[in-house]
Design a protein around this ligand. Structure first.
Ligand code: ACO
Ligand code: ZN
Length: 455
């Protein structure tokens, strides 16, 4: 019997679909094989569970596969043939192995550094006349997560899509150490090849340089004098600070931040050219310094009124309210600018949950807080007024009101009806959200980038 199983599993190739057990559960789900590797005679399969987010993709041993029913792939000329080891990978030249090479290679070597990998990919895409590759909304993707041919090209920005590349479909960094945290990445990020498949990649939590060993990081830390992100600290309240970093002035930091963020952002493409962006890094302070918790990036000029390009809370800090704090801060900046704004689309699954929750709570707090007139008349507010008070863009405001089923058509006009349940929920959510942005702690004057003529 065992022989039959191993015979079947040896016929498993990339692109096969079959039922695969999910780690830490007894569940098995339909999955696609994206990669195969052989470690000391034991085969491992990189699987993508169909209809699940790619962050659940994983290397699993042979016995996770249910080989009784296998759907074999139709021949795909894009698939790189397996190497003799069984691992599918593109041919890449190994950079010299020395302590500083990943950092010192940044921007100099034609092959190994992150931006150059991106640049190459960008050129490759340009050649294919796909333009800068619009990040595909979830619903334009095929089931496997790869883009549907003909997805609309992006019209501006220097972006590279990862979805069509055999290499980038497989998570390449096993683990990162960032300050006191060990974090398992979710997705591919174009770090230098030298770091790929190391058990741990060490990242300086202040300047975000990456190192291939603890010893290299130690040597770096003896020289690195930073105890906070570069740029200006524009907000501080208790232990929370925000630093504003100009992608042109602090290019290395901005690029390293993008590489780090890409480990947890899949649906977004990575910004190669950081010049047009500002980065707002949120930190938590203790006696050792200002530790990065999350960030968002923002175009200096956005023709589409985007006030956030990418947003991330690092996994150890997620689900504690920091995401909403980042979102709140982004709207606070828009209020200072006297504009409404919206996050760049598409949103990830978690991004959508967080924004929906933020919009709903912000809007409901305003509505619940409204007082009746002196004669007991119903309070009145216009959509425009709510937009102005919150800096939330009208489309997002309307979609939230609809999502919450708050708008009703009554006697020829639209009215907003707040049920007791909504009032209770709003008050409960307000109680739970302890940390808030205090606008009086924001020391910032918006720059008029279009007027300045250059970034
Ligand atoms: N499952 C269910 N709900 C969740 C989850 C989850 N895994 N994560 C967050 N939420 C909900 C929370 O319950 C909360 O809603 P509630 O207050 O109504 O209960 C809301 O989302 C926000 O939670 P926070 O704790 O404030 O957010 P967090 O710090 O976890 O950060 C973020 C949210 C930034 C989206 C984070 O999940 C992340 O970094 N994800 C990876 C990167 C990403 O997807 N970024 C968004 C891309 S879209 C864009 O860039 C414009
Ligand atoms: Zn450093």
């Amino acid at each position: 019997m065992e022989d039959i199983v191993s015979e079947v599993s040896s016929s498993i190739v990339e692109g096969c679909r079959l039922s695969v057990k999910m780690r830490n559960t007894d569940d098995s789900r339909l999955a696609e094989i994206l990669g195969i590797k052989d470690i000391k005679g034991q085969k491992y399969y990189y699987v993508h569970y169909i209809d699940f987010n790619k962050r659940l993709d994983d290397w699993v041993p042979e016995d996770y596969l249910d080989t009784r029913r296998v759907q074999y792939p139709t021949v795909d000329k894009d698939v790189v043939p397996a190497t003799p080891s069984g691992m599918t990978s593109p041919k890449r030249t190994q950079p010299p192995s020395r302590c500083d090479s990943p950092d010192s290679a940044f921007g100099s070597s034609p092959l190994v550094n992150g931006p150059n990998v991106l640049q190459a990919a960008l050129q490759k895409r340009k050649k294919r006349k796909l333009g800068g590759a619009m990040p595909e909304p979830e619903d334009t993707r095929s089931e496997s997560g790869s883009p549907v041919p003909g997805a609309a090209p992006r019209t501006s920005g220097s972006l590279v899509s990862n979805h069509d590349d055999v290499v980038t479909r497989i998570r390449n960094i096993e683990m990162i150490e960032l300050g006191k945290h060990r974090i398992k990445p979710w997705y591919f990020s174009p770090y230098p090849q030298e770091l790929v498949n190391l058990p741990v990649t060490y990242i300086c939590e202040f300047c975000l340089r990456y190192k291939k060993s603890a010893r290299c990081l130690e040597r770096h830390l003896q020289k690195c004098t930073l105890t906070h992100p570069p740029g200006n600290e524009i907000y501080r309240k208790n232990t929370i600070s925000f630093f504003e970093i100009d992608g042109r002035k602090n290019k290395n930091y901005a690029q390293n931040l993008c590489l780090l963020a890409k480990l947890f952002l899949d649906h977004k493409t990575l910004y190669y050219d950081t010049d047009p962006f500002l980065f707002y890094v949120m930190t938590e302070f203790d006696s050792r310094g200002y530790h990065i918790v999350g960030y968002f990036s923002k175009e200096k000029e956005s023709s589409e009124d985007y006030n956030v390009a990418c947003i991330l809370t690092l996994p150890p800090y997620q689900r504690k309210g920091y995401g909403k704090l980042l979102i709140e801060f982004s709207y606070e900046l828009s209020k200072f600018e006297g504009k409404t704004g919206s996050p760049e689309k598409p949103l990830s699954d978690l991004g959508l949950l967080s924004y929906r929750s933020y919009w709903a709570q912000t809007i409901c707090e305003i509505l619940v807080g409204m007082k009746p007139g002196p004669e007991g008349e119903r309070p009145q507010i216009t959509i425009g007024e709510i937009c102005e008070m919150t800096s939330i863009k009208k489309e997002d405001l309307l979609s939230t009101l609809q999502y919450l089923s708050l708008i009703q058509y009554y006697k020829g006009q639209y009215i907003i009806c707040l049920s007791d349940e909504i009032v209770k929920q709003t008050n409960r959510a307000k109680e739970r959200r302890r940390i808030r942005i205090d606008p009086s702690c924001l020391h910032w004057t918006p720059k008029d980038w279009p007027k300045r003529g250059k970034w």
